[in-house]
Design a protein around this ligand. Structure first.
Ligand SMILES: C[S@@+](CC[C@H](N)C(=O)[O-])C[C@H]1O[C@@H](n2cnc3c(N)ncnc32)[C@H](O)[C@@H]1O
Length: 250
């Protein structure tokens, strides 16, 4: 049995997976690596389940220090990280093997080159999220898969480090954070954190003729809870973090 197979077999599923994610997530501020490594392994699992060619070329838009890149490498593939902030490539004393500094809204890649295009929690950080989706689809080859996740604004974590005060307004939450800590939030409302709602993104995905949705639902909850993301209004809150797996069909 290869190390990869052993890892896949030991990776929890269903409620056990969600409980483990929650446990690691709560420790993330003091010990980030276990959470991001678990999530990266989990992402490769999800991609395999949907038949993605992970052993081909994976592009990770906004991939930071390369946790997914490492998991893809272990699975026998090659991952190119396209990251906007050079400093993010060096987080947690890591740096991805293959990375370029570039904007996901104008990917420095030719069309139809990637087998998989991945973006985790980047969409709510860009001024033109629709353009980012458009670019992800452009560089994907027909038949390839997109893995797209983001935190909707009305998620309990929608305001990121200013949560839950974002429920009273993003600007107010950012001002409160500044007053309390003496510094600006890293994810600053209006600069690199924007109000992006789940129904808006779902509508865009449905209206994009080049892709079909293979799976959508709350990323951290058991797959059987997928319908939560379709519940009007409250669905955005309880989904917490949304995941769509898309296939390029044209
Ligand atoms: C919340 S972090 C997520 C990092 C990583 N994808 C993950 O899930 O752990 C958001 C990342 O998106 C990057 N980012 C923001 N705007 C971007 C853009 N226009 N193009 C590419 N990356 C961008 C940030 O620099 C940061 O690394």
């Amino acid at each position: 049995m290869t190390a990869d197979t052993r890892q896949a077999r030991s990776h929890p599923s269903g409620l056990a997976r969600s409980a483990r994610l929650l446990q690691l997530y709560r420790r993330e501020p003091v010990d980030p690596t276990p959470f991001y490594e678990f999530l990266a392994t989990d992402t490769v699992e999800v991609l395999h389940r949907h038949g993605a060619a992970v052993e081909g070329l994976v592009v990770d838009v906004g991939g930071g220090p390369g946790y997914l890149a490492e998991a893809v490498r272990r699975a026998g593939g090659h991952c190119l990280v396209v990251e906007y902030e050079e400093a993010e490539l060096h987080l947690h004393e890591r740096v991805p093997d293959g990375a370029v500094v570039g904007d996901g809204q104008a990917l420095p890649l030719r069309s139809s080159v990637a087998d998989v295009v991945h973006s985790s929690n980047v969409l709510e950080h860009v001024r033109d999220p629709r353009r980012l989706i458009d670019e992800m689809v452009r560089v994907l080859r027909p038949g390839g898969l997109v893995y797209l996740s983001f935190t909707p604004w009305w998620s309990p974590w929608g305001g990121h480090e200013t949560s839950p005060w974002h429920f009273l307004g993003g600007r107010r939450a950012a001002e409160r954070y500044h007053r309390r800590t003496g510094q600006e939030a890293k994810n600053l409302y209006g600069r690199n954190l924007f109000e992006l709602h789940l129904p808006t993104v779902r509508r865009w995905l449905r209206s994009e003729p080049r892709v079909e949705t293979v799976w959508e639902g709350p990323r951290y909850w058991p797959p059987s809870w997928a319908p939560l993301c379709r519940v009007p209004a409250v669905g955005e809150v309880v989904t917490w973090n949304y995941l769509a797996v898309l296939r390029r069909v044209a």
